[in-house]
Write a protein that binds this ligand. Sequence first.
Ligand code: CUK
Ligand code: CUA
Length: 646
Amino acid sequence: MNTIHKIIGTWALPLLVVSGVLLAGCQNGQQIGSSDDAASKVYVAPGEHDEFYGFFSGGYNGQLGIYGLPSGRHLFTVPVFSQAPVNGYGYSEETKAMLNTSHGFVPWGDAHHPELSQTNGETDGRWIFINENNTPRVARIGLDDFKTQEIIEIPNSAGNHASPFVTPNTEYISAATRFSIPMDDKDMQNMDVPIDSYKENFRGTLSFIKVSDKGKMNIDFQILMPGFDYDLSHAGKGPSDGWSFFTSYNSEEANTLLEINASKNDKDFIAAVNWKKAAEYVKQGKGTMMPGEHVRNYIDHEEGGIAKSETIEEVRVLDPRKLDGLVYFLPTPKSPHGVDVDPSGKYIVAGGKLSTVIPVHSFAKMKKAIENEEFEGEVMGVPVLNYDSILYGEVENPGLGPLHTEFDGKGNAYTTAFISSEIVKWDIEKTEVVDRINTYYSPGHLMIPGGDSQKPDGKYLVALNKITKDRYLPTGPEMFHSAQLIDISGEKMKLLLDFPTEGEPHYAQGIAAEKVIENQKRFYKLEDNGHPDAITSEKQARVERDGNEVHIYMTAIRSHFTPDNIEGVKVGDEVYFHITNLEQDWDVPHGFAIKGANNAELLIMPGETLSFKWEPQKEGVFPFYCTDFCSALHQEMQGYVRVSPK
Ligand code: CUK
Ligand code: CUA
């Protein structure tokens, strides 16, 4: 059954014209088991927990959504690249610095790909990384407290899309520029040149971020590349450990109307990067230190958990024209989007958006072709291999618009077909389609817990659909995206559940809950609170003036603030409320808000100190209160600040 659904999406139209495919209006029956069967498989009884954590990128909300699987319940949202009024992330004095960049304070991001840390090719539950596409950045979130710990900017990049995919022991995280930009080879500076000088002046970069045992990220090296657009990436594993693969499109190097002009070539390229070789070059001091201003923000746990920023001026750049054996191009049909390496590490699968087959490259053949120097030419020092000598096979009839592939660890691959709205299951060794299921509608990525690692947990698959249409009660012109949970434990895929997701989830990750739960922090111990403005008892509560700065050292405990009547503040003062939550019990946060403040609220976790800045503009008496219903006497948890004239 290869049904073409009613289509949707404006970009699909020219694409279909290009592929010469007709639109059909039919919509076929859904392969739902019996509904009882499906219901029992996703039912998590009240008080019971889900089997898996699902981490879904929030797309243009810039955050990371946490969902329980198989229930599809939205459990939490971790604020990462965007300010979050719900808990004051990016508003509080402690977290503001997390959003600093070389462009200044950037309080929004476009997050596409979460990626769990791995040890020996298996997800290990330490951290999850996520990329920011617009102002190129990568974040690291700790899975002990589900808070963003670090954000590093990627220099000499314009759009960080092929990111942040990890190597099997989280040695490196990949990043690549989505947009090429005019870059001077000598100093990597973005140049003021005519846009139609693209072919001559535009360049790309692939970046490798090193991750220390403690998680600290730094940009170890960048590779200067031809001016294509780099899209997705995945690291090799097993036999292909030591390599990373990046798709590129626009090998035509078009700078306008890419929809047509970047769809001309039959094949574009996957860039295969030998990162172990690159790391050796770095050790030998090869490459050149180049300007590459970027900012790294991190929570300083030595200094009371306050975010700090540092600016780094340079980055090491490796040039394939000068260093051999770094990168090879694998010709790949046609405008590939996703690239995925199967759990055995033997096969490299591309999702050619405009391709009529799914090409599967053989890593062994690629190595051989490199040894025998079977090159067809080169682009900017990067040898181009011969398609036929690296190809393992082509999967026929894979649906229209194949994008992304995940694996079940049982020899099968699952590829999304955006245009024909389906997921296609195929046998990797045989490169043959064995099953297909409709999705509603137009899936982008898909996720199997561990599905891009060496040890997938092949029980469930989540389709991350781009178009929702009629799946839920209408909410006007705008609606949440739609995810679908599919049972992949048997031979035939079965649709189990629809659930809405916030933002636009591109990629997602899943992990057995037990791998994460054991390291969870339930609250911060007061005795570990090293915040310089923390106070650990009400006796220490006080108001201090320093010029026009007023510092209020305040405590919160059920159900009062100390102090709760504050006088002596003047119009034009800079007032800082440093509030320590004295509770030592799980899930008893207190909130803080004050009338008219040009700021969000704070949500202060037990044992934590957060600071709120307020610049009163008018005289009078202003109430403040706790925003989180914390006890039966929560409504009594309030106070006043008196503001007098200057
Ligand atoms: S992308 Cu969204 S469907 Cu940004 Cu990984 Cu492919
Ligand atoms: Cu504290 Cu409500």
